[in-house]
Design a protein around this ligand. Sequence first.
Ligand SMILES: [Ca+2]
Ligand SMILES: [Ca+2]
Ligand SMILES: [Ca+2]
Ligand SMILES: [Ca+2]
Length: 513
Amino acid sequence: MKILLLALFLSLGVLPAFAQVESDGPKIKDDSLSVETYVKGIPNNPTTMTFVGDDILVLQRYDGQVRLVRDGVLQDRLVLDVSVAKDGERGMLGITSIGSTVYVYFTAADADGGKAIENRIYKYEWDGNSLVNPVLLKTLPSDNFYHNGGAMTNFDGQVYAIMGDNGNYGRLQNRATDWKNDTSVILRIDPPGQYYAMGVRNSFGITFDPNTGNLWDTENGDDEYDEINLVPENFNSGWIEIMGPAKNQEQIDSLPKYGNFVYSDPEFSWQRPVAPTAISFVKSDKLKDYSDSVFVGDCNTGNLYRFKLDSDRTGFVFESPELADKVLNIGESADEILFGTDFGCVTDIEVGPDGLLYIVSLSEEKIYRIIPKVVAEQSNQKPDAGGGCLIATAAYGTELSTQVQMLRELRDSVLFNTESGTTFMAGFNQFYYSFSPTVADWERQSPVFKEFVRIAISPMLSTMSILNYANIDSEQEMLGYGIGVVLLNSAMYFVMPILAIVKIRQHFSKKSN
Ligand SMILES: [Ca+2]
Ligand SMILES: [Ca+2]
Ligand SMILES: [Ca+2]
Ligand SMILES: [Ca+2]
């Protein structure tokens, strides 16, 4: 019986739990949450990531590649490969996306690891497999290997990028001397526009507060004062004259005027530099306790910081009197803002479409994720992560096709509603995932095979749709209808797939020889 059902539900499936808890890795303070390694072994300095649907695109700084993470697995095939410089802080630096439009920031070179030409921001289209149709939107200087910025974000259809001083010291750096365009600024990239902010030494993190629409950044100081800033439009962060809070009003008044940019102090500073990087707000049903928080990573100490926002979300609240001056001075305790440790060099933090918090660690070559323990346990018992249907998805090109939606509906509303359905899915899942990614890959590689699968699963899909129309609310009915549909399909789907897979295997092994 079980085998018959396995054949029947060939095209249904649920994500396996690839992620696993590491024994010695990052630690976090909140006992109700755990840290999982979501992906490991991302080579060549992973920097920033962006979500496209349920997939992650992650950048490799040294080789100019964009890699795809699908269902927690780093895919072999390339999404994009450009030539980048990799000395100092150059390389594949920033990525952000709006729907299927993806923006990438990198230091272009004549060859990987070669001579830097300039920093570039391209726009691409994500076709589900690779980044296509490149459009060069912006070139930026890369005169020096340091302070090349690179972090990008978007809000309300506007794309922003941040650029460091790159060794230039002129009017954009609060000096009344010659100056170079497009340094120490936050830029409006698409649509293009005037500088959003100036006076930034260097930065590896900008993000928007989804609740207020306010922009925030992290900034890297010289030998003291790293910063977190609320960044209103026409913000002047004060570099090179001021880093960290201004000493007094005279110091602020002495800044040379540039346009209508206005200086303000950071919301928080570390007197001893930690090299803060990514910054992220947490709007998530699964992490509701942190809706009033900002998470920040760093590259020097491996810490993950959590800051509590004040009621109008324009600054932080601290309990410790030591932090009342908004500065973690040398010798003061970071306890209150310390959320996690041992994350290595953090280069990106983002809430995924599943509401979990994802963290890229460049030094550990991993993406971690923070998940409520109750959610982790639930997904182990009932491994429904809302994905699946790999074969049908590949055959019909998109998860949004009516056929794939029908299968998903069937799985969620019919199968999971009965005990035998749920039990079946748990067992089926293991079996299905032993071969379905391979079949799905074949489909993507071969249009002929894809068409074949589409034709082959069509009769099954139409008979299975009976289950959706049938009013199944008891165990007997579930089994009754199930057996009926199985009998309709078993002859075809027992013999056919086995024959097909054997044939295709021969075909592909011949091809690869
Ligand atoms: Ca990101
Ligand atoms: Ca390359
Ligand atoms: Ca500043
Ligand atoms: Ca202090």
